[in-house]
Design a protein around this ligand. Structure first.
Ligand code: HEM
Length: 359
């Protein structure tokens, strides 16, 4: 056996024997195929690490009671995922040093395999909370049809388990402070929103040089904003948005998330605020990766169909918008009002949300 060494610990003999060039097997080794394989393998290793982090975050946030200390740990793991996503994006720059002509030296040998068959990528999407109903269909079939049978089972299981979206939603829905006997936050917020929108209406009506048609258009736009705000105060209106799939969070979770966004300067709400922002960043980074990947595909294969048989970059571009998970947290910005209009918290509530030893 011998003492542990660098190579033994990392199983480098096995790892470095995993780059088998299809072009070499065909008797025409293509210089860039090694880069292509190494890049994909590096992605899969990072996917594995991201799944490890997300599993831990789901376990922490999925507990019946989430201690504040644990939120910090979940956040720490999510921040690691964000850093890894930065590397995943940068790897595209490296792969793009391969030119389309060099890719053609071995591309046809890869058919019918495709990144579309990455089971870990699908598990990542499911772990985050991408819903089956959101998914664009591929070659008229469900996404898992392209996977090998054992992987299909693992990916299907991941789809049935609670996702990061599910556990964060349940945690938000349990948040205290959203309604308190001492302070009806939502009534005061409603009054201030109405005041803000009324002031906006007065400004539009007073603009001297504004042509009548433009004034009408601006007033109509303002009414639409008022309607959007109305969904905050009226659960039935909010549920209509959910039914139309324009919102996904439950109403109580939505109110808690909005409160966190508005009062995030209060010490207790800092952790939850940063957690929501981390989810926004992960979603944004995934969208950026999807878009960069689609552009790379366009650059490499033009308008040809993918080796997996889909309409290549056209399908990939559409996933950028269709496959977002934490859209509701982006949409919260719609309902923010300036700090100057924020209802002041009563002393008792402020104390509960503050540091124990405030100056
Ligand atoms: C020359 C570079 C690449 C080309 C030309 C390419 C091409 C494509 C194409 C055309 C698709 C659509 C499915 C199909 O018909 O095959 C696809 C999907 C995919 N590729 Fe790539 N790809 C490249 C690099 C990569 C890399 C480095 C990864 C990293 C793992 C990757 C991961 C994926 C994934 C996960 C999908 C499924 C995306 C989804 O369904 O949302 N690809 N690729």
């Amino acid at each position: 056996m011998g003492a542990l060494s660098y190579g033994k610990y990392l199983r480098l003999k096995e790892l470095l024997a995993c780059q088998a060039l299809e072009s070499a097997k065909a008797g025409r080794p293509a210089h860039d195929e090694l880069l292509f394989i190494v890049t994909h393998q590096a992605y899969e290793l990072w996917f594995k690490q991201c799944l490890h982090e997300l599993d831990a975050v789901v376990a922490i946030m999925g507990a019946a009671f989430v201690n504040e200390r644990d939120v910090g740990r979940a956040l720490h793991y999510l921040e690691r995922v964000i850093r890894i996503q930065g590397v995943l994006l940068d790897q595209i720059d490296i792969l793009e040093t391969m030119t389309p002509l060099d890719f053609l030296d071995f591309r046809n040998l890869l058919t019918p395999s495709s990144g579309f068959q990455s089971a870990q990528f699908r598990r990542l999407e499911n772990r985050l909370g991408l819903e089956r109903t959101q998914r664009l269909r591929y070659n008229e079939a469900d996404y898992e049809a392209a996977l090998d049978a054992p992987e299909r089972r693992a990916v299907g299981a991941a789809e049935r388990e609670p996702s990061l979206f599910d556990v964060v939603e349940a945690w938000l829905a349990r948040m205290p402070f959203v309604r308190s006997p001492e302070f009806d936050f939502w009534r005061e917020y409603h009054a201030n929103v109405t005041r803000m929108l009324d002031e906006d209406r007065d400004t539009i009506e007073r603009k001297a040089q504004l042509p009548e048609a433009a004034r009408r258009a601006q007033l109509e736009e303002l009414e639409r904003t008022r309607e959007t705000f109305a969904t905050v105060f009226d659960p039935a209106k909010y549920e209509r948005l959910r039914a139309a799939r324009q919102r996904r969070l439950s109403y109580p979770a939505f109110l808690a998330a909005l409160m966190i966004m508005l009062y995030r300067d209060e010490p207790i709400l800092q952790g939850p605020f940063r957690l929501l922002m981390a989810l926004v960043e992960i979603d944004e980074n995934l969208s950026l990766w999807r878009y960069r990947h689609a552009l790379m595909v366009h650059r490499m294969i033009g308008m040809k169909i993918g080796t997996g048989g889909s309409s290549g970059q056209d399908y990939l571009r559409r996933t950028v918008e269709a496959h977002r998970v934490f859209l509701d947290f982006f949409n919260l910005s719609t309902y923010l009002i300036p700090r100057s209009l924020l209802p002041a918290l009563p002393a008792e509530v402020r104390e509960q949300l503050g540091f124990r030893w405030n100056a």
